[in-house]
Design a protein. Sequence first.
Length: 463
Amino acid sequence: MIVVIKTPSLGDRSYLAHDGEVAVVVDPQRDIDRVLAVAEAEHVRITHVFETHIHNDYVTGGLALARSTGAHYVVSEDEDVAFERVPAKDGSTFASGRLAVTALATPGHTPHHLAYALGTDTSEETGEAGESAGAREPVAVFTGGSMLFGAVGRTDLLGPGLTDELTRAQYHSVRRLAAELPHHVAVHPTHGFGSFCSATETSGTSSTIGDERRTNVATTTEDEDAFVERLVSGLGAYPRYYAHMGPANLAGPVAPRLELPGAVDAAELRSRIVRGEWVVDLRERRAFARRHVTGTISVELGDLFATFLGWTVTWGTPITLVGDSAEMVAGAQRELVRIGIDEVAGHAAGGPDELGGDRVSSYAVATFDELRGVLGKDGVAVLDVRRPEEWREGHLDGALYVPFYELEARVDELPAEEIWVHCAGGFRASISASILHRAGHATVLVDDDFTRAAEIGLPLTSG
């Protein structure tokens, strides 16, 4: 049996596979209590923890889970890690009860990427760390960032110098899985459910090797050069915090602390804002716009929270969380430890009037229909904060452009006008509007779907 442990906020999945008595885990997230809860509910003991690769989009819980359970921690033998692990290479097979897991070299997403085929062990004898000589036909394959649902993992996360080489390796790795594994084998990727680790958009929520032979971009593109050109040309911006994930995972991250950070009073909140720290309001973005503690940053708690906070904040800036309740703060803290933000500087629970005193602010919220009424007026500027590839595809004629993740450092470049700020749906625009407002700009948040701009005839251009 395979249990899927979803992390929709990062677009990833972890897996626990078991035979009713013992279990193996693949690519666990940092908050391992979720995995331990699944193991307890299934009444199984974890014997092995497998990493398909050194992750670039989250901090792994693999080492901490292995240490907590006494399981073997299996990582590619070619990775230069700072901790003891059971090394794996192409063809290595590991037995756990009636399960057998075989490593398959699938470089591309990373140079030393491994997929793991899951079958039933047939060997009478197992060696150290449960290594086994034989396995029956596989029933599932954990593909990490190689074969995704209709797509493949991106190949540019280690720098432009390796992108072409890794893209070609990815092409052959995915085609290898499609050629060598039976058509009925279930495909279980780690990425591809909204993760920026996917090179192209994925489709569906389940798949098999047979499905991927018919639909995957690598198996349906016969010309390797055409595949490389298509893949590389489609690679867009990815979160800045990714740069910190690989080093953290190579070092061997310990289990996170999930205890609520210390409480902060109203006076201390205001002091932190004055010092330039990030005091993050977790409430719904329109509620924030209506009334918030002056100088706080709006990052609405939900599936987009960790990705876009981590993408926007300067790494290492102290962060204090403000929410309606301690439970809301605890939820945000869990999201942050997944991307390596362990030391939240404090928290405050309560409303803006309670926490802000006489330092409470607001700004307007509008739609694209309302924006149409002010376009071209003196004293009004429109700011687009989407990713560069979104801007190139199409934007409002005459709009200013600063990506949301550069705005804090570039806010002084903007004119002293009322700034109407938009993105594709409102979330990134809300973060940006709060940054602008904190810097003293008159701000209007356009909380609307960008497709409305075309529907109502706003002037668009591209390039």
